[in-house]
Design a protein around this ligand. Structure first.
Ligand code: UTP
Length: 296
């Protein structure tokens, strides 16, 4: 049993192949694709920082070195901006690496699945609860972020927590789907979890999204998890095993999720963020209105 009860570490699995975004992702990491002008992975790290997390553990793979560079100091660029007196841009650049935050990079030798990627973090996590953030699910709310909401719940409940949302029943085959017991407002105990069930056999339409808090007991489960859906070692299967020993909660977070792992979700996120962007919003709105007129 873990004696450390605070969530201070987050795992960012970024070693997937990103096949749905080929050819863009042949040599560029999916997690570096920008929503307007900020890469997905930076939104994810900012969400973790807002939740009080100070150790960011990236599980990287082939073609992902630019992610490491993104969170490194860019001396030449900083000097160049300094020389040109571009102070605002310089501050923006420096803010990418928040103060008092450590970055750890672990290589996943082969993309054997999300469960396998999370298992790669074990030597750094040790015997602590930890967060898992999938950067291609961009989640935003009006306050401190989805992970901050989850950490707050963890501090009260001290058990694994999965963020969930209702999806179109026809789409259950794209998600881990849970059946829950009696709800206590925002959260409910998970009774059953299955990976990518077809709609006709899905236990509900409550889908797990890319935010988890897990107890370290998950590592023992992952060690014995066999390849499941898609021939991959699935985190969902290890969580199903964990459920036999420990409570796992489904948490209906406040906020909006953009599925930026899909092209449509990525486009929607860009349009909506373009309409909020302080430099672009007015011109972009005029453009969209004109476009709608032309199309109608
Ligand atoms: P996805 O299911 O979105 O897979 O992985 P993917 O490879 O990124 O993208 P597609 O489906 O081929 O387009 C969910 C998350 O798990 C990570 C991915 O980087 C993504 O953040 N992952 C997946 C790994 O880190 N390693 C793996 O072996 C598989």
């Amino acid at each position: 049993m873990s004696t450390i009860t605070k969530v201070t570490k987050a795992v960012f699995p970024v070693a997937g192949l990103g096949t749905r975004f080929l050819p863009a992702t042949k040599s560029v990491a999916k997690e570096l694709l920008p929503i307007v002008d900020k890469p997905l992975i930076q939104y994810a790290v900012e969400e973790a920082v807002a939740a009080g997390i100070d150790t960011m553990i990236f599980i990287t793979g082939r073609s992902k070195n630019a992610i490491i560079d993104h969170f490194d100091k860019a001396y030449e660029l900083e000097t160049e901006l300094e020389n040109k007196n571009k102070t605002e841009l310089l501050a923006l650049l420096r803010s990418i690496v928040p103060p008092n935050v450590s970055f750890v990079f672990i290589r996943q030798p082969e993309p054997l699945g999300l469960g396998h990627a999370v298992a790669c973090a074990k030597p750094v996590i040790g015997d602590e609860p930890f967060a898992v953030i999938l950067a291609d699910d961009l989640v935003e709310d009006a306050t401190r972020g989805c992970m901050a909401q989850m950490v707050k719940l963890y501090d009260e409940q001290h058990c694994s927590i999965l963020a969930v949302e209702r999806v179109n029943p026809a789409d259950t085959g794209s998600y881990g789907i849970v059946r829950t017991g009696e709800s206590s407002g925002t959260h409910a105990p998970i009774e059953l979890i299955v990976e990518k069930p077809k709609p006709e056999v899905a236990p509900s339409n409550l889908a797990v999204i890319g935010r988890y808090i897990l107890t370290p007991a998950i590592f023992d489960k992952l060690a014995t998890t066999e390849r499941g859906a898609g021939g991959e070692i699935q985190l969902t299967d290890a969580i199903a095993d964990l459920l036999k020993d420990q409570q796992v909660l489904a948490f209906e977070f406040e906020g909006t999720r953009y599925d930026c792992g899909s092209k449509l979700g990525f486009l929607i996120a860009n349009v909506e963020h373009g309409l909020l962007h302080k430099e672009l919003k007015d011109d972009f709105l005029v453009y969209l209105k004109n476009l709608m007129q032309k199309l109608s």
